[in-house]
Design a protein around this ligand. Sequence first.
Ligand SMILES: Cc1cc2nc3c(=O)[nH]c(=O)nc-3n(C[C@H](O)[C@H](O)[C@H](O)COP(=O)(O)OP(=O)(O)OC[C@H]3O[C@@H](n4cnc5c(N)ncnc54)[C@H](O)[C@@H]3O)c2cc1C
Length: 556
Amino acid sequence: MHLQHQYDGLIIGSGAAGLTLALRLPQDVRIAVLAKGPVKEGNTYYAQGGISAVLDHKDSIESHITDTMNAGVGLCDPRVVRFAVEHGPEAVQWLIDLGVPFTRRDEEKHQTEFHLTREGGHQHRRVIHAADSTGKALQTSLVDAVRARDNIDLFEQHIAVDLITAERPGSRDNCCLGAYVLDRGTGRVEVFRARFTTLATGGASKVYLYTSNPDTSTGDGIAMAWRAGCRVANMEFNQFHPTCLYHPQAKSFLISEAVRGEGGKLLLPNGKPFMQRFDPRAELAPRDIVARAIDHEMKRHGYDHVLLDISHKPVDFIEKHFPTIYRRCLELGFDMAEQAIPVVPAAHYTCGGVPTDLSGRSDIDNLYVVGESACTGLHGANRMASNSLLECLVFATSAATDIAARLATTGMPGELPEWDESQVTDSDEEVVVSHNWDELRRFMWDYVGIVRSNKRLERALHRVELLRQEIQDYYGNFRVTNDLLELRNLVQVAELIIRSAHIRKESRGLHYTLDYPQADDSQVASDTILEPQKTDQGNVQPATITGVEKLGVADN
Ligand SMILES: Cc1cc2nc3c(=O)[nH]c(=O)nc-3n(C[C@H](O)[C@H](O)[C@H](O)COP(=O)(O)OP(=O)(O)OC[C@H]3O[C@@H](n4cnc5c(N)ncnc54)[C@H](O)[C@@H]3O)c2cc1C
């Protein structure tokens, strides 16, 4: 028998959500934080714009609430939106106190006030940022603070495989006891026992061929929670960013919307402009319209990319306004001042996830979910820019308060069953994993991407069912590896996205289908909620319920 790790709190994920939770818990609480790769790798590090909060006296809580609700097109939970917005200023102040180097209003005049930008959907300037690399500054500060804490152990290169749950004696309530975790260094699966477990594993945009997200975004937490018995909600709402650089070495390099804002034109590969045909605002139309127009043209002509051209601007203008983008493009052989650059839309943000209450509690006792993996009700059918980091900070903080209050009355689980490897061998054909990985991401892009239809979704569902069976067999016979675990989770999340998209018989927010191109306003908009049901073979199958009430607020 191996030594089993034992902690008060197990936090799976080391982004803004996971690290905020770790730092907000009392300093006498023993905490393990897992990162499946290096501690900094995750969506948080790549965030560019900033964090939204009401920080200017001309702005107001009501205005931030209204903007968020408008963006979410009828599916935001008003109580959750108010909670997040009201707690925003305190969350940002905590980061300032932590030393995050946010950009000041006027560096030369040594102003103490912070510079705020305005982004799409916001009526006011309310986005605090650290130049154009807010995520890097945030993640670095959080990691430094965590490393300085004696009560927090960081486990890099440790990927959680599955949650360990049990029914409470005398009750049918499911309770989380910890997780099985693969140490990628030793190849051994270890047991982590904990009074409280939190999933802070980020989004699932890697399910698509093109994404702005790093490789970590494989929806692991959503898939683990689902397998353990949690519902998932609103998985059809994936946000696509219109322009990522199309280049094999720059698979997730975002080209900011500001390039279009400053006069960049979108062109077909033959040099013809096309945006005017889709919207009178052309390149300045909202993000989802631009992404849809590019997708339409690419699918119609079979192009693998379109072009973005700002070469009519002087080189010093481009260098001054877009230093990072200009430099990166030059490194890859494109001089933006001389030529148009190839771009594709890319999956950017997962609005759906595991439903939680205001304290981050999930359907399973002692299991919390925070950050992009959660579906709190803040974003509804479309996330407003810079509200996601806000969500990470606010709900990680309320989860910390809730966990701290429950620690004294929650016992440590006893010894748990070891991971059983007696029936498996090393894989004989790694190609199965890499082939299925590519196939999945390609058909998700083609059939379940920016523009959907019943026919496309049915095709995708058929394929994903075959893949799931194949991966399940593979998983049952061979020793687990990082790639296999991620693929297993991606396939699961893909199925949840397809099924959710299939259920929504309307176009709303980020979900657009050719069969129902309008929003169905004949009834009150409702969330898409899938509920897992165990089959006789022990597999988990979705049963669908829509419009289910949100979970109640925790009493403490
Ligand atoms: C290019 C880009 C720009 C963005 N810009 C902004 C912005 O300006 N403002 C804004 O509000 N939002 C922005 N976002 C979105 C925002 O960055 C994310 O929503 C947010 O950072 C998510 O934080 P998180 O802590 O939930 O997850 P992440 O930061 O993605 O962290 C996930 C963590 O989970 C770990 N993990 C995952 N699976 C496992 C597993 N099985 N076992 C162990 N560990 C695991 C990973 O290793 C990682 O540590 C942007 C996103 C991208 C990609």
